[in-house]
Design a protein around this ligand. Structure first.
Ligand SMILES: Cc1cc2nc3c(=O)[nH]c(=O)nc-3n(C[C@H](O)[C@H](O)[C@H](O)COP(=O)(O)OP(=O)(O)OC[C@H]3O[C@@H](n4cnc5c(N)ncnc54)[C@H](O)[C@@H]3O)c2cc1C
Length: 372
């Protein structure tokens, strides 16, 4: 094993893997380490004994409007075009999420539904995305009734379960990620490119990391790494852990997945059904929908959110609240004093990054380090 590298990257998730490839193609030597036994970070997937592609750390759908990101990733995988659809069980009826005109038609009588749709169109226009907290403030009795219904049945209990707090405690853009559509559009996302890698995410990362300038070491924690010399460190682990929790631990939500393989071809109509009521789980994912796999059996996962505790479970979502951002800023000040150390990714930057945002941030960093 080589001992001297220009770059050490901690974490083989999408942030670490994309950066490794860019540096390697720039002629630099890179060592990528990960404490897990696999590459891919939280995007890791595998094929189970029934031939179904499973996203181990929760359902992952890639989407972007950015041509450069799409072209870059497409060098390492073929894609299966996939429009993500989510349903929610409300009053024992299955309705599209984001809440749209079809959801209104299903849940309200004809007359009421007509009034709601007309008022939404009149006040917001067609094909718009309306954040629930904005709709809630709208000074009209009908729209207020609709907003209160959606708030209670789609957001309130779900947010309590997902984030462990009331919707109003989160940053506004978090709730705005699931808006109300003023149309019948029933896709969960609206980006131009929406897809799943045909051979899986893990294979895409394997291809990306397959370069003569890149070495990979798995099952090793950064703090246990010995006898390796490097000029620059890129750290996609948690920034508070790096600094030994000097200002307390940054809060995260963790998740528990209960997987179940069923002796039936299909369990539900779409890949993800949200449970927005009092159930203890937030959603059920049925994985075979992602690649439209035809198998005799099916595998589903119930998702249970809970509070992350250092040393006890895994970090999943940074919690987007103002006080947490302030705590992160204190770590960022420490980070700025480090020489040749860069904090990247979801954990390093304490950001609720979707995959394309993580790639975009790496592209920006790489450009900054290598101005043309
Ligand atoms: C449940 C869930 C669903 C999601 N769904 C989507 C989706 O549908 N679409 C989408 O675009 N995004 C989705 N995301 C977001 C996506 O997972 C992230 O954008 C992506 O994982 C960020 O990659 P990363 O490399 O920054 O971090 P990670 O994937 O977390 O990778 C960091 C890696 O660093 C390693 N590491 C940490 N500390 C150390 C250490 N001290 N030593 C060695 N190794 C270390 C970890 O083991 C890990 O492998 C979802 C996230 C979750 C949690």
């Amino acid at each position: 094993m080589q001992k001297n590298y220009q770059n050490l990257i901690v974490g083989a998730g999408i942030s670490g893997a994309v950066l490794a490839r860019l540096l390697a193609e720039n002629g630099q030597s890179v060592l990528v380490i990960d404490k897990r036994s696999h590459i891919g970070g939280n995007c890791y997937d595998y094929t189970d004994e029934n031939g179904i592609n499973i996203h181990k750390y929760g359902p992952h759908i890639f989407r972007t409007n950015d041509e450069q990101i799409w072209q870059f990733l497409s060098r390492f995988t073929a894609w299966h075009e996939y429009t993500h659809k989510v349903r929610s069980k409300i009053n024992n009826k299955e309705v599209p999420i984001p809440f749209n005109f079809e959801s209104i038609d299903i849940l309200f009588d004809k007359q009421k539904a007509k009034i709601f749709k007309e008022k939404l169109l009149k006040n917001y226009g067609k094909n718009k995305k309306v954040p629930i907290l904005e709709l809630k403030k709208f000074p009209d009795a009908d729209l207020k009734e609709l907003a209160d219904f959606i708030y209670e049945n789609v957001f309130y209990h779900y947010t309590l379960k997902q984030w462990g707090c009331e919707p109003e405690e989160l940053s506004a853009d978090t709730l705005a990620r699931v808006p109300i559509y003023t149309s019948y559009y029933d896709g969960y996302f609206t980006e131009k490119y929406q897809a799943i890698p045909v051979p899986g995410y893990t294979k895409m990362f394997e291809n990306m990391l397959n370069h003569p300038n890149i070495n990979i070491q798995l099952n090793i924690d950064f703090k246990d790494l010995k006898d390796i010399n490097y000029e620059r460190l890129f750290y996609s682990g948690s920034i508070d852990e790096f600094f030994n929790y000097k200002f307390n631990a940054l809060p995260y939500r963790s998740l528990n997945f209960r997987f179940n393989t069923l002796d039936q071809q299909k369990f539900q109509s779409v890949a993800v059904v949200n449970y927005t009521g009092q159930e203890t789980y937030t959603r059920i994912t049925e994985f075979k929908h992602f690649l439209n796999q035809q198998t005799q059996k099916t595998t589903i996962a119930y998702e249970y959110p809970f509070t992350f505790e250092v040393g006890k479970n895994k970090r999943y979502y940074p919690i987007p609240k103002r006080e947490n951002e302030q705590l992160y800023q204190k770590y960022l000040e420490l980070a700025k004093k480090e020489k040749n150390v860069y904090f990247i990714g979801r954990l390093g930057e304490y950001k609720y990054y979707a995959m394309q945002n993580a790639v975009s941030a790496i592209f920006k960093l790489f450009k900054k380090l290598n101005p043309v």
